[in-house]
Design a binder for this molecule. Structure first.
Ligand code: IMP
Length: 407
């Protein structure tokens, strides 16, 4: 069966949860391969709402096995909370159903404290993501396997020293975590997580060879990629397609490369946003689209769709399918603009499209969409040369128009 990767084409929060949920229902294996608890997928199943930060959405499908790959950074306390929350909601979270790569790095309380002290300039989520990837790159990180072997005690003691030195270089109200307290918390964490920690390369390679339905679940979005995004206003991992191979350690063909994008654009945190609407219309989009972060609750910045950026995202990821989300939010906005290029000063050049007034939430056939809505979608498809195979027409699970799905 084909392998599927789902990626955000913009600055994250494109609505990947809804698409992943649909595909995870038929997946045998779902894998997260980068990022950490900075992500937030909200999935609504039979009126029960699940907010997932680290655990792949396949956990909601009883027949699906879920891996957190080596490219992720795992806050073990957040992971346990998330596992407990799911169990309380009646989801089975056994060591067979949820596995974490033994070489994934651990986000420690020191990383989170340092992120809270230094992340303001970028507007990070404060989840310790950047500092954890820094320690990974400078080879002072803690890995999941260290929780099992007990090596975490030494690594953590070194981190406590290092971060105490760093804290002396800044003036902050933030308290440095006490080593003894952290170690006693981690004693418990290590015990509970040990059965879930494993080398995931052999079982993933076997699943690939057995042609199981594999779903790779991207977090954040293309423009937050540490190499290809709007650096330095980015996250610290490779959110783009290459991250899936380094972040799992197993080569596989990625047959379906699904771009999840909103019918407009949003971003949280600081950094460039050429098509931002810092006016009343931006406020309208924020209210209609309920554009507030799932992880931090921060209001999202809103603006028009930006074709040149989407074109770049398509080149980087080789997208061959689009899931266009939140089309309903544009209902009643007239005209709808799309940036189609840049002028000599680098400012966006827009093309205006006639808006549509009709409620589209019940529409299941492309041909039954209002003509103006069809024209907007057709324009995107033609410009990017990629079909829109899924259109989200409302927040409900069934407010979705499907033309083609991988399985
Ligand atoms: P960090 O990943 O927490 O270090 O944050 C770096 C930048 O990425 C900030 O601008 C965040 O707002 C943004 N970011 C991180 N995770 C997400 C996400 O899941 N959705 C949208 N933006 C995110």
């Amino acid at each position: 069966m084909p392998n599927v990767i789902i990626l955000g084409a913009q600055w994250g929060d494109e609505g990947k949860g809804k698409v992943v949920d649909r595909l995870a229902a038929k997946a045998d294996l779902t894998v997260r391969y980068q990022g950490g608890a900075n992500a937030g997928h909200t999935v609504v199943v039979d009126q029960a709402k699940f907010v997932l930060h680290l655990i792949p959405s396949g956990i909601l499908n009883p027949n699906c096995v879920n891996y957190i790959g080596n490219g992720c950074v795992v806050d073990p306390e957040v992971l346990l909370q998330e596992m407990d929350g799911l169990v309380q909601q009646g989801i089975e979270v056994t060591s067979v159903r949820l596995k974490v790569a033994d070489n994934a790095h651990v986000v420690t309380p020191y990383h989170k404290a340092w992120d809270r002290v230094t992340g303001g300039a970028i507007g990070t989520t404060g989840r310790g993501i950047g500092p954890c990837y820094v320690d990974k790159a400078r080879r002072t990180g803690l890995r999941m396997a260290d929780l099992v072997s007990g090596a975490y005690r030494n690594v953590m003691a070194k981190q406590a020293e290092e971060y105490a030195k760093l804290f002396k270089t800044v003036s902050t109200q933030e308290a440095l975590p006490e080593l003894a307290d952290v170690l006693s918390r981690y004693e418990l964490v290590a015990q509970r997580l040990a059965p879930h920690i494993a080398d995931l390369v052999p079982p993933l390679a076997q699943a690939v060879a057995a042609k199981r339905n594999i779903l790779l679940e991207g977090a954040q979005g293309t423009l937050l990629d540490v190499d290809h995004g709007t650096y330095p206003f980015v996250t610290s991992s490779n959110t783009t397609v290459g991250g899936a191979l380094t972040g799992t350690g197993v080569f596989m063909e990625l047959h379906h490369r699904i771009a999840v994008m909103k019918a407009y654009t949003t971003r949280v945190g600081h950094g460039p946003f050429p098509t931002e609407l810092a006016d009343e219309l931006g406020e309208t989009l924020r209210k209609k689209g309920q554009e507030f972060g799932a992880t931090t609750g921060r209001p999202r910045r809103c603006g028009w769709l930006d074709l040149p950026l989407l074109q770049r995202a398509a080149w980087t990821n080789g997208f061959n399918s689009i899931a266009l989300m939140k089309m309903d939010v544009l209902q009643g906005i007239d005209p709808i603009r799309v940036a189609i290029g840049r002028d000599a000063q680098g400012n966006p050049v827009y093309r205006a499209f006639e808006g549509f007034r009709e409620d589209i939430s019940g529409v299941r056939q492309f041909e039954q969409l209002p003509a103006a809505c069809q024209r907007y979608i057709s324009f995107l498809q033609t410009e990017l040369g990629i079909p829109v195979n899924l259109l989200s027409t409302g927040p409900e699970r069934n407010s979705t128009l499907i033309r083609e799905m991988p399985w």
